[in-house]
Design a protein around this ligand. Structure first.
Ligand SMILES: [Zn+2]
Length: 101
């Protein structure tokens, strides 16, 4: 798991002082059981929900749709998370795996 995490760090390399711009998503692969940690960048990975085309649950302000691929197998995990105004989780769905909290 640390190898995958280090690979991600090469791409994102977040500055120390902006860690609040990132969320860490932990999922478990439904096929091989690998635990995968993904850094989510709030500014680019998370979209704001506008009222006129709102599809998410009530109270949701932001949503994240993320495809996660581990390195032990080629099972693609799809995670969708809805957040409230303070990035509190309102609702979340996943296919191909499960969330780890
Ligand atoms: Zn897997």
């Amino acid at each position: 798991m640390t190898g995958f995490f280090n690979n991600l760090k090469k791409f994102f390399s977040p500055p120390q002082d902006s860690s609040s711009n990132f969320l860490t998503l932990k999922v478990k692969c439904g096929r091989c059981g690998e635990e995968i940690e993904v850094k989510v960048r709030k500014s680019t990975d998370i979209s704001r929900i506008y009222e006129e085309n709102q599809e998410g649950p009530s109270g949701a302000t932001y949503f994240l749709r993320k495809e996660v691929l581990g390195k032990k197998c080629n099972n693609l995990i799809y995670a969708t998370i809805y957040f409230g105004p303070y990035f509190n989780v309102v609702s979340k769905e996943i296919s191909g795996g499960e969330f780890l909290d």
